[in-house]
Design a protein around this ligand. Structure first.
Ligand SMILES: [Zn+2]
Length: 310
């Protein structure tokens, strides 16, 4: 019986809470075969409702016994029932949050698996920068120190020419660097699609590094592959035979450690950037760097150390 009374009081409580400033009234509440007359008075001060409530219920007698009249009287305060406003709670640990620590923002509709590949790439690049800068930074701090703000967009990329990514460079309107992707390696096509995805992102970050350095890497590589210039090193020249490695960790046709086989210096540098970040170069059957692998590795270590000086 007490449970029934409590249920009825609650029903009235809701009415009271909703009734606002200074009210009194009377109402008949029915629940099942139970009828109760409720009278109340309420007044409100600030957020608190002061209420007095009288509840008279007629409880039907069980098994032929007479009905019982029960009266409940209570005076008290009611705290309004508030619906919590939906405050957006940041979910720490999402890939977007982690990327934000690197100053990287993904725009448009990214799949989670692609976001993850971007994050892996960004971490590897940040780690490599931190190692080269040698001032005890975190991966994220080193990445931000070099690139500032980076936006990476998905889809709608006219310069991507149908697949992969394109580095658009600095966008003065929003004060950030922009890379866009229209696709990343398809799991249906390659068993090593994850590595290909990560490497593709690192390759674009290599182009971005070239932008950040006002194309100093591209210009130096142009110089050092020109037989008429001082600094020429024939080992740095990337030929066109797709079965050859030319110092990279995979042949041109594999497109794993060579993301773009073009011999334009900007593409060669972006692939060398990938080799430098992951320390992956062409090795011989004994596991030693080939001459071309050593030449590219040395060139990168020497120049990246200079360009990355804090
Ligand atoms: Zn490229």
């Amino acid at each position: 019986m007490l449970v029934i009374l409590l249920a009825l009081s609650l029903a009235v409580g809701v009415s009271l809470a909703a009734c606002g400033d200074g009210h009194e009234g009377s109402e008949t509440v029915t629940q099942g075969n139970l009828t109760a007359q409720v009278t109340w008075e309420s007044s409100r001060r600030n957020d608190t409702v002061y209420a007095s409530l009288t509840l008279t219920a007629r409880i039907p007698g069980a098994m032929g016994a007479p009905d019982e009249l029960v009266t409940l009287h209570c005076v008290g305060t009611l705290t309004p029932i508030r619906t919590p406003s939906p405050t957006p709670t940041p979910t720490p640990g999402t890939i977007d949050d982690k990327l934000a620590m690197y100053g990287v923002k993904l725009t448009e509709n990214w799949l989670d698996e692609h976001k993850d590949s971007v994050f892996v790439a960004v971490q590897l690049v940040g780690d490599a920068f931190a190692r080269a800068r040698k001032i005890g930074e975190t991966s994220a701090s080193a990445f931000k120190a070099v690139y500032g703000k980076v936006h990476i967009g998905w889809g709608n990329c006219s310069e991507c020419l149908g697949n992969g990514g394109y580095t658009y460079g600095y966008q003065s309107k929003g004060d950030y660097y922009l890379i866009r992707f229209v696709s990343l390696s398809d799991p249906g096509l390659y068993a090593n699609y994850k590595l290909r995805q990560v490497n593709n992102v690192i390759h674009e970050l290599g182009h971005l590094f070239n932008h950040v350095m006002d194309r100093a890497p591209e210009n130096l590589l142009t110089n050092d592959t020109d037989p008429y210039k001082e600094g020429y090193n024939e080992l740095l020249v990337r030929g066109t035979d797709r079965n050859f490695h030319y110092g990279f960790a995979s042949s041109l046709n594999e497109r794993v450690w060579v993301q773009n086989p073009s011999n334009l210096p900007t593409e060669v540098f972006a692939d060398q950037f990938l080799g430098w970040v992951c320390n992956k170069w062409e090795i011989d059957s004994k596991g030693n760097l080939t001459d071309a692998g050593a030449a590219r590795s040395d060139w990168m270590i020497k120049n990246m150390t200079e360009w990355l000086k804090p």
